[in-house]
Structures are given as structure tokens and as C-alpha cells.
Design a protein around this ligand. Structure first.
Ligand code: FAD
Length: 494
């Protein structure tokens, strides 16, 4: 609780700082929020942010720095909050992270910067994500912008494929270095999973739009509705751009491959969430995007995507929303906060449960899901205990809607149009870890299309590394550009 303490952090004895509890964030009441799509956590007040920031011990060798792929100088921005210099804190974060309001909200801080905080073992780690969110929200509300008037422009042109966190970060970092950057996006809005996947109640779309707009303001050109591999190939792009960054994500849905998956009202999580978020099915009748919600919805899987799907189904009117997961609570891969929120909202978890068949009626509609009970065996290659089916334990869950949220894979359309750019057996691009260079000179790749489904912050980290790799490549006098007349004509139109 804020006690009106205006002392600077260094004047508050270390012992006192270590005794302080982590400041909780106010949230919408679960009983109310299951009927709306408004954001669940409400953010810190100025007083809460300062009190929490004062807990930071400003370690001589801060471990949190190494835990941040976005390379934010965490102790420095926190120190500025203590000094009530929120603008300074914002500019400090913006030196390396171009999407702070988003990373503050959706990063798995509990597994990255916060887990290494020395206070983790005392009174809980510093709430780094909440502080980052506070600073970014404060800057937005107070009309604070980073504008790069002194920038020395460079002539090289760079094409970025895909506008998720990897593409946006690479684009922004290169624009800050003075390059001419064009970002090609297949959908009608930029943002990748941040706009089509993560729901409004976790990441308001106005915030995503704001941060993308800030990136456009520093010179990045965004072209929507442009499918690389269809509208133009990577080979064609490479005749008109000096370097290319491929950041097209891994958006192709995966299914269980069990009987009944072709029944009505079996969705992939991607389709379900895209309809609900990007196409605003939740905002009926203002938007008339069709979406059918069952009374009892089962979501298969237990990652962030599954939590988002189950909680979205609940908000759209499902009376019961189940999570069906073949391992136990301990192995759940979603962010701890999302699981906690899902539990608070009444999502019903069926752990150690494996769907084997989706059951339908004579009209092809879902009426149930046959499942097997599982037990945990020895650890598998992921280090988690392997789920083993219990023979004869079959049972039926009565559901009338199923959402597959078991992961996604690479869509081959971009790779198929990029001669000489090698992919691995799963269709992900092969890159040099230090530069994100692919096997074709001048073409770089990062984010989910290299790692498989991963995290926002790892995509941001890849975007940063690729931007440095591209800058080095172009600064050494090399360029991808071998202009061919036909392609030049094609590209000059856009
Ligand atoms: P994406 O965000 O997938 O963006 C790729 C972009 O490329 C898309 O806009 C796509 O339309 C575009 N594209 C694809 N093909 C083409 C083409 N041919 N031409 C032009 N453009 C193309 N991570 C977290 O850290 N925390 C979370 O809480 C979290 N929650 C998630 C919830 C959901 C529902 C989902 C699906 C994922 C979640 N993730 C979360 C994972 C995270 O969002 C991804 O790891 C991250 O977005 C990957 O970034 P990316 O830039 O590589 O790709």
C-alpha cells in the first residue's frame, strides 16, 4: 500500500525495502468480467508504481538484465520511476523495446526477468512487467512521443514480411538507424497474433494500434492485404530490396487428427480467436461476424492460446467452458497469471485427460467428446513427465463445441517462394543464431517462423538481432539487390 512516502529509493534502508510486499494490481471482479471484453488487470496507479519501484535494490550486477531478450535496462527505468521521471523511464525503455505497453502486458516475466530477481526468494520479485506497463500507459495518456528528427537517412531499402512482434521490432530498429523500411502484412491490420490472437480482455487493440502507429511515425511504411508468396514472391522482393527479414509467424493450425474433427462447431483456436478478436464477433450487432458458441465448450490444450480460447468462449455465452489437457496442472505451459484468471472465472479444468473422438448427431453437430484418463510416466524429451493412457478408462464429456488449441505450425507459402532459403523438416527457416541470417545472403528470419510457436519477447529478441545483422550486412557494402526489370516494375507500384 502507498504510504505517501516521497523518499528516494537510496534513502529507504535496504532492510525496509526487502520487507515490502509486492504491490498487487487491481483487477476487474471475475463475476463482472466474464460478461465483458474489457481488460482484466487495471494497471498501477502512480503511487502504486512508485512504491513498487522503491522495492528495487538496484543490484550492482542486475540479473534481470540478462533475463530480458528486449535488452531493456530494467534497473535504470525503475530508478526513473522512483524519481517520478516517468518520461525518462519511457524513453529509457524505448531505447530497446518498441512495444512496451504490449510486453508489459503479455511477456512471461515470471519465467524471464522476474524469476532471476534477487527478491524472488524474499517478498516476491519486483513486478517489472507491471511497472513497464505503467510507464507505457502513462506516456500514452500524456501524449509523450519519441520522434527522431536528427536521424541520418540511409538509402538502403529493407522489406519485412509479417507485422507481428518480430517484424515490428526489426522494422522499428532499422528505421531508427535511418533505413527505408517497408513492412508487408497479409491481413487487413498489422500486429500479427497481438491483434488476431490475444483477446481484448488481455491486450486492448487500441493499445496495439497506438504502438504500431508510433512505429509508423518513425518512418516504417506498412502495407496491409499483401501476401508474400502470392501477391509477390520473396524472389521478386529480393530484386528490389537490399535486405529482407522474414517474420511471417507460424499460424497454420494443428489438429488432433482424431475422428469427428470435421463436425460442425469444431474450430481451430486461430479461426475462433480471429473471428472473435480481429473480426470483432464479440461486438454484435455492431459487427456481424458469424461465430457459433455452444452451451458447453471444450478447449483442447493448456497454453496461452487455450486459456484465451476458453475464456473467450465463456464471455461469448458458453455456460460451461472446459480446458481438456493430457498432463497435470504442474505441466500447464500458459502464463501463471492467465491460469489464475481462468480459474477465478470458473473455467473447468480436466487434467490428465486425452480426447480420442469427437461425437456428433445425425446433423453433423458436436454432442460430446470421448476421452481417456491419463497418468504421468517418465519425463520425455521436453523434460516433462510423459502422459500415459490408462487402458479402459474411456468416458464422455458432454459438449456441443470443441476448440483445438494444441499448437500451430509453419505455413509454407513464404518459404515456397524463396529460392535458396533453407527450412528444416518442420518448415521453419534455418538461421545463424548470432545474426538471424538464413542460408541465402541478405535474407534474415526470426520469430515463430524460426522457433515454432514461442513467445512475444523471443520474437522481439529475434527482431533486434536481425536488425543488427542486416545493418552489419549493409554497412559492409553488400546488398541483395539485383534489379530485374519485370520485378522492378511490379515492386515500384507499391
Ligand atoms: P506473428 O505474431 O504470428 O506475426 C506474423 C505475421 O505475419 C502475421 O501478422 C501474419 O498475418 C503475417 N504473415 C503470415 N504470412 C504472411 C505472408 N505470406 N505475407 C505477409 N504477411 C504474412 N506469447 C507471449 O509471450 N505471451 C502471451 O500471453 C501469448 N499469448 C498468446 C495467445 C495466442 C492466442 C497466441 C496465438 C499466441 C500467444 N503467444 C503469447 C505467442 C506469441 O504471440 C507469438 O510467439 C508471437 O506473436 C510470434 O511473433 P511473430 O512476429 O514471429 O509472428
Amino acid at each position: 500500500m502507498w504510504k505517501g512516502d516521497k523518499l528516494m529509493a537510496e534513502m529507504i534502508p535496504i532492510k525496509e525495502r526487502m520487507k515490502r510486499e509486492q504491490v498487487p494490481m487491481n483487477e476487474q471482479d471475475p463475476k463482472e468480467r466474464i460478461y465483458n471484453f474489457n481488460e482484466v488487470p487495471l494497471g498501477y496507479t502512480k503511487e502504486q508504481a512508485i512504491y513498487e519501484a522503491q522495492r528495487c535494490l538496484q543490484c550492482r550486477v542486475p540479473k534481470c538484465l540478462k533475463g530480458c531478450p528486449a535488452e531493456i535496462n530494467i534497473p535504470k527505468f525503475i530508478e526513473k520511476i522512483v524519481e517520478e521521471d516517468f518520461k525518462g523511464a519511457y524513453f529509457e525503455i524505448l531505447k530497446t523495446d518498441n512495444l512496451p505497453a504490449m510486453t508489459g502486458r503479455v511477456c512471461p516475466q515470471g519465467e524471464q526477468c522476474q524469476i532471476v530477481c534477487v527478491l524472488d526468494k524474499q517478498a516476491k520479485p519486483i513486478a517489472i512487467g507491471r511497472l513497464e506497463r505503467f510507464v507505457a500507459d502513462w506516456a500514452r495518456e500524456n501524449n509523450i512521443h519519441l520522434r527522431l528528427s536528427e536521424l541520418k537517412k540511409k538509402n538502403h531499402k529493407i522489406a519485412i514480411v509479417g507485422s507481428g512482434p518480430a517484424g515490428l521490432t526489426c522494422a522499428a530498429d532499422l528505421a531508427k538507424l535511418g533505413y527505408k523500411v517497408t513492412l508487408f502484412e497479409a491481413l487487413h491490420k498489422p500486429g500479427g497474433v497481438l491483434v488476431y490472437g490475444i483477446p481484448e480482455f488481455r491486450l486492448p487493440k487500441s493499445i496495439v494500434e497506438y504502438e504500431i502507429n508510433e512505429i509508423e511515425e518513425i518512418g516504417v511504411r506498412v502495407i496491409n492485404n499483401f501476401i508474400i508468396g502470392a501477391t509477390l514472391s520473396v524472389d521478386e522482393l529480393s530484386q528490389s530490396y537490399d535486405a529482407i527479414f522474414l517474420a511471417n509467424g507460424a499460424g497454420a493450425p494443428r489438429f488432433m487428427d482424431i475422428p469427428g474433427e470435421n463436425l460442425n462447431d469444431v474450430y481451430s483456436a486461430n479461426e475462433f480467436l480471429t473471428r472473435a478478436n480481429l473480426m470483432k464477433a464479440y461486438s454484435f450487432p455492431e459487427y456481424d461476424t458469424p461465430i457459433k458458441i455452444g452451451k458447453r465448450a471444450a478447449t483442447i490444450g493448456s497454453g496461452n492460446v487455450a486459456m484465451d480460447s476458453a475464456r473467450t468462449a465463456l464471455r461469448l455465452g458458453a455456460e460451461k467452458s472446459y480446458i481438456v489437457y493430457r498432463r497435470s496442472r504442474k505441466e500447464v505451459p500458459a502464463r501463471a497469471e492467465e491460469v489464475h484468471h481462468a480459474e477465478e472465472e470458473g473455467i473447468i479444468f480436466n487434467f490428465l485427460t486425452l480426447p480420442v473422438k469427437i461425437l456428433g448427431d445425425d446433423k453433423g453437430n458436436v454432442v460430446g467428446m470421448e476421452c481417456l484418463k491419463m497418468k504421468l510416466g517418465e519425463p520425455d524429451e521436453s523434460g516433462r513427465r510423459r502422459p500415459v493412457p490408462i487402458t479402459g478408462s474411456n468416458f464422455i464429456i458432454e459438449v456441443d463445441m470443441v476448440i483445438d488449441a494444441i499448437g500451430t505450425s509453419a505455413n509454407p507459402i513464404v518459404a515456397g517462394s524463396a529460392t535458396g532459403v533453407e527450412t528444416n523438416k518442420w518448415g521453419y527457416f534455418v538461421v545463424d543464431e548470432k545474426t538471424k541470417a538464413t542460408t541465402k545472403e541478405g535474407i534474415y528470419a526470426g520469430g515463430d517462423i524460426v522457433r515454432g510457436s514461442a513467445t512475444v519477447i523471443s520474437a522481439i529478441g529475434d527482431g533486434k538481432i536481425a536488425a543488427r545483422g542486416i545493418d552489419e550486412y549493409l554497412s559492409s557494402g553488400k546488398s541483395l539487390q539485383k534489379r530485374g526489370l519485370k520485378s522492378q516494375n511490379l515492386v515500384s507500384k507499391i
